[in-house]
Design a protein around this ligand. Structure first.
Ligand code: SF4
Ligand code: SF4
Length: 485
């Protein structure tokens, strides 16, 4: 969406950065590569208010999440060390990895489709980095150090008692908050019960957990106190994919350059008509949109990698438009086609393709989830064992059964030989498979020779919990064969 002409270099000629051209450098580094600190002005306006409400809701969800139980499981838990994954209360095992993989691919396609239509709405409204940075840490900074000009002045000021107090307070609060955020994230990994145990037991019993807590806290402190917008520009892979995901129909935060250019300072004595005749557009070049930008860019240069679509510039420009009496929306959510040709959003063949793939993947995922067993039983012939002829002439086979209980409760089970007629014995007490565990047990099946069909007989075993059949196992039963009987 840039209004800049493209500059081509002859082959083999090293491109010399043009520091006047925004495409040749990032706004947060100087010519020596030193960081240029961004001091965004405090935003205000309808979008900022709406984003604040959305953020409060999401923060509430984040902090309540580890304690919300669905089917007795947490809402979300990604316990990689224990290879235990819970998504929306559904427990997944490493054996369900293919479902998770399909889920990941579905999510990826969904993000691609969503981005192609709505741009980086995720970054501005839903991303945890933006929410914590702009809605928590930045607000605390404004509260302690004041708005951007005051922050700049404070940083330039000599180290007085008041400056030291402000800086100490800010960083102490940042560190404490980072510790809280880190601990909550830890709960999404190990679960709230394990976390409570971690903080109530003596620290020496959980040195690894303690190290994880401190590491997370320092990591978040580093990100929110220092690294900030650099995480979106340099680290986030989603941000870097934008150039291939967006097209001229994607709705992004855009500056209407047709309406705004030529930008021109507002002169009180000049009528709107005289301004137009002089070639002036609606942009009064107040630069408020640049001053509120948390990534330090000028949206008037067009869509840029750094723009997280936070809408702060929309609010700022609308305030200016109201003041100067021009219509709102000089900066707004719009596609390139909308700005250049006045086109409404449309469903392009690319979007149709994404939608078809997404529908297919979602259907497959729903099918896999719906047909997933909570109890999975496998029966294998005991290693080295073939068959045994009993004194009464019946033949017995020894199997090894493995039952995986994917639920969070102990499941008492019984096995019944469904066909052919015969007997089935599980040595020991009643078979109880503990919650979220795998249990192994020997199983003996005994058939009379007249129930057997040659050297190999198909047998069907029902796995029951009470009277309810929860799984069926089909296996083969080996015997001596017709000729040897
Ligand atoms: S806030 Fe609006 S009027 Fe002011 S510089 Fe930005 S685009 Fe122009
Ligand atoms: S350009 Fe506007 S929408 Fe993009 S990051 Fe800056 S303020 Fe936010």
């Amino acid at each position: 969406m840039s209004v800049e002409p493209e500059r081509l270099e002859p082959e083999g000629v090293l491109h010399k950065p043009d520091w006047e051209n925004f495409r040749d450098h990032i706004p947060t580094a100087d010519q020596q590569g030193r960081r240029l600190w961004v001091y965004p002005r405090k935003p205000s306006g309808a979008f900022y208010t709406a984003r604040t409400w959305v953020s409060w809701f999401l923060l509430l969800l984040f902090f309540a999440g580890p304690f919300i139980r669905l089917n007795g499981n947490p809402l979300l838990m990604i316990n990689i060390p224990a290879r235990k994954f819970v998504i929306f209360g559904q427990l997944f095992w490493p054996q369900d990895l293919f479902i998770l993989a399909i889920g990941m691919v579905t999510l990826f396609v969904m993000i691609v489709l969503f981005t192609a239509v709505y741009g980086r709405i995720w970054c501005g409204w839903l991303c945890p980095q933006t929410i914590f940075m702009e809605m928590v840490f930045r607000k605390i900074e404004y509260l302690i150090e004041g708005d951007a000009p005051k922050q700049k002045a404070l940083n330039k000021a000599p180290w007085t008692g008041s400056k030291i107090a402000k800086k100490l307070t800010k960083h102490a609060v940042f560190l404490a908050l980072s510790f809280v955020v880190g601990n909550w994230l830890l709960m999404y990994i190990i679960g709230s019960d394990a976390w409570i145990k971690l903080v109530t037991d003596p620290p020496t019993q959980h040195l690894q957990g303690l190290a994880a807590m401190i590491l997370f806290a320092l990591l978040f402190y580093g990100i929110f106190a220092r690294f900030r917008e650099q995480a979106c520009t340099f680290i986030c892979p989603y941000g870097r994919f934008q150039s291939v995901l967006l097209d001229e129909n994607s709705i992004v935060v855009s500056y209407d350059h047709k309406r705004g250019e030529e930008r021109m300072k507002l002169r009180k004595s000049q009528s709107p008509e005289a301004r137009r005749e002089a070639g002036g557009g609606d942009c009064v070049d107040c630069k408020l949109c640049v001053q509120v930008c948390p990534t330090g860019i000028d949206i008037r240069n067009g869509t840029q990698l750094e723009c997280v679509n936070c809408t702060a510039c929309i609010d700022a420009c609308n305030t200016v438009m109201d003041k100067v009496g021009f219509p709102r929306g000089l900066i707004r959510y719009a596609s390139e086609n909308n700005i250049l040709r006045g086109e409404k959003p449309r469903f392009t063949p690319r979007l149709i393709g994404y939608t078809v793939i997404l529908t297919l993947l979602t259907s497959l995922l729903v099918f896999l989830l719906a047909s997933r067993d909570n109890i999975e039983a496998n029966l294998l012939r005991a290693p080295g064992a073939l068959f045994q002829v009993m004194p009464n002439g019946e033949v017995s086979n020894l199997y090894l059964m493995k039952v995986m209980n994917k639920t969070n409760r102990d499941v008492p089970m019984a096995l019944r030989l469904e066909s052919p007629e015969g007997s089935l014995t599980v040595p020991g007490d009643q078979l109880v498979v503990p919650a979220e565990r795998i249990k192994e047990s020997p199983v003996i099946v005994q058939l009379s020779p007249d129930r057997m069909t040659g050297a190999s007989t198909k047998v069907v075993i029902g796995v029951y919990e009470g009277d309810q059949r929860i799984d069926t196992i089909k296996t083969s039963f080996v015997g001596p064969g017709e000729e040897s009987r």
